[in-house]
Design a protein around this ligand. Structure first.
Ligand code: NAD
Length: 476
């Protein structure tokens, strides 16, 4: 495909490929055809990356806030300049509409600029002590970080995985998803071009299980940062525990949306439908389980179906496309399985529930209602373009349903009642809550979950502190 770049790893600043290494075919999800061959790391590549990361940490832990800020803000400037090129590559390998890829670039720009400022705000503390003695609390970078980023935000996930360790003074070895390598390389290249020492950040690809066992098995790595499914997250947390490495785990969700009769239903619908089909539903904070007060259930369901049918599905590179294909063949397969199981259990399918076209991984925007709670889709993250709409009797029952699952990433609520807004903010078990809004992130806000959705935060001051450890120094 025209203008899709040649693929490689970046180890010690060197573009590494060929040499008899195994390769992985990167595929355009619009056609299912290969557009690039990605070299996969051998054990020797990973050992070299570890050795370099150890050196990188020695260099970067001593860097000044000015140096770190200059690299981050310089990279932000380069990303903004390269916005169109980065966005096109992301759409080619992941499928999302170009407009969404452009937003992803700008989210990285905002985050890197925020982190640049944050470099100057890593304060310690001096404790009150008798004269002649001194006790201080210092934040220090944790050490080399292994960061694993998934394919759903091919630019945004690598931005988070690289930005925080670099702001904190750590080195980082990133393994981004093999399905979307060029976007991740594009983000790293901006940092290197902005003056980041080549030892500080590297990119490897490989067989995920081989890479994670190798990196997490090394004492060089002091922290794991992972975004992906809860199943893989639990497995990696156990590997990290063997060497007591710190972890930030940004895992799956099953976003409940509570819709009360006293809310602005049209606004809720416009917002929720846009949110649901963004990135074909492959978003960890996607609104998924619509928990609707029974007096507005039919109105909400019918309004949702009407809007879902109007979503323009197509090639993400074509302007005007609102939803692209799913990112890989595993996703439409999962959708067929989950929707089939829900229907077998008695759910009603109002629209969608089928693949579109005869090539690539397109799936129709789908709506199910009256889904039994024991259907797989009511318990397992669907990670696809399907809304699940069920009626409930009142606030208590609705909160109980929202908190029923072991996940707790993002929750949303629509209600005009101010006191109820307060109660929901307190009662919903979730790392992030949107009330009469689905905007739940921002460069300055912590992003992360509770329960099986993981622990630790990305973004905000918390994202940088998550790459630091505390040291208390007492002087007599
Ligand atoms: P998956 O669970 O196998 O992979 C998810 C991510 O983890 C991928 O990027 C993959 O490369 C990585 N991964 C898998 N095994 C790994 C290992 N042993 N070591 C290191 N990294 C590993 O499956 P998938 O088909 O790619 O995605 C399926 C599910 O993952 C989705 O249904 C969704 O629940 C979840 N997911 C979540 C996010 C998120 O933003 N939280 C992003 C992508 C996928």
């Amino acid at each position: 495909m025209a203008d899709y770049p040649a693929l490689h790893m970046i180890i010690d600043g060197e573009k590494v490929s060929g040499g008899g290494r195994r390769t992985f075919d990167v595929v355009n999800p619009v056609t299912g055809e290969a557009i690039g061959a990605l070299p996969l790391a051998e054990a020797g590549d990973l050992d070299r990356a570890l050795e370099v990361a150890a050196k990188g940490f020695k260099i970067w832990r001593k860097s000044s806030p000015q140096e770190r800020a200059a690299v981050l803000s310089g990279a932000a400037r380069l990303m903004a300049e390269r916005q169109e090129q980065l966005a096109r590559v992301a759409t080619m390998e992941q499928g999302k509409p170009l407009a969404e890829s452009r937003i992803e670039v700008m989210m990285n720009v905002g985050l890197f600029n925020f982190y640049a400022g944050e470099c100057f705000r890593i304060y310690g503390r001096e404790l009150v002590r008798p004269e002649g003695t001194r006790s201080t609390v210092r934040h220090e970078p944790v050490g080399p970080v292994a960061a694993f980023a998934p394919w759903n935000f091919p630019l945004g996930n690598p931005g988070r995985k690289l930005g925080a360790p670099i702001a904190a003074g750590c080195s980082v070895i990133m393994k981004a998803a093999e399905e979307t390598p060029a976007s991740a390389l594009g983000v790293l290249q901006c940092l290197l071009d902005a003056g980041l020492p080549k030892e500080v950040a590297q990119a490897v690809f490989g067989i995920p299980d081989e890479v994670s066992r190798h990196l997490l098995g090394s004492p060089v790595i002091r922290k794991l940062s992972f975004t992906g499914s809860t199943v893989v997250g639990k497995h990696l947390a156990k590997l990290a525990a063997d060497d007591m490495k710190r972890t930030t785990m940004e895992l799956g969700g099953h976003g409940p949306v509570l819709v009360f009769g006293d809310s602005d239903i049209d606004k809720a619908l416009d917002t929720a439908v846009g949110g649901k089909y963004r990135n074909a539903g492959q978003v960890c904070v996607s609104p998924t389980r619509f928990i609707v007060e029974e007096n507005v259930f039919e109105k909400f369901r019918d309004g949702f179906v009407e809007r879902a049918k109007k979503v323009k599905v197509g090639d993400g590179l074509v302007e005007g496309t609102q939803m692209g294909p799913m990112a890989n063949p595993r996703r439409p397969e999962a959708m067929d399985r989950l929707i089939g199981n829900a229907r077998d259990k008695g759910a009603t399918l109002h629209t969608g529930g089928e693949r579109l076209g005869n090539q690539g991984y397109f799936y129709a925007p789908s709506v199910l209602s009256e889904i039994p709670l024991d259907a797989d889709i009511m318990n397992e993250e669907p990670f696809g373009p399907v809304a699940l709409i069920n009626p409930f009797k009142g606030e208590e029952e609705m909160i109980a349903e929202a908190n029923r699952l072991p996940y707790g990433l993002a929750a949303y609520a629509w209600t005009g009642d101010y006191r109820r807004q307060r109660r929901l903010a307190a009662e919903l078990e979730s790392g992030m809550i949107g009330i009469n809004s689905h905007m739940i992130g921002g460069a300055d806000a912590p992003f992360g979950g509770v329960k099986w959705s993981g622990h630790g935060s990305e973004d905000g001051p918390e994202g940088v502190l998550a790459c630091m450890v505390l040291k208390a120094v007492h002087e007599g």
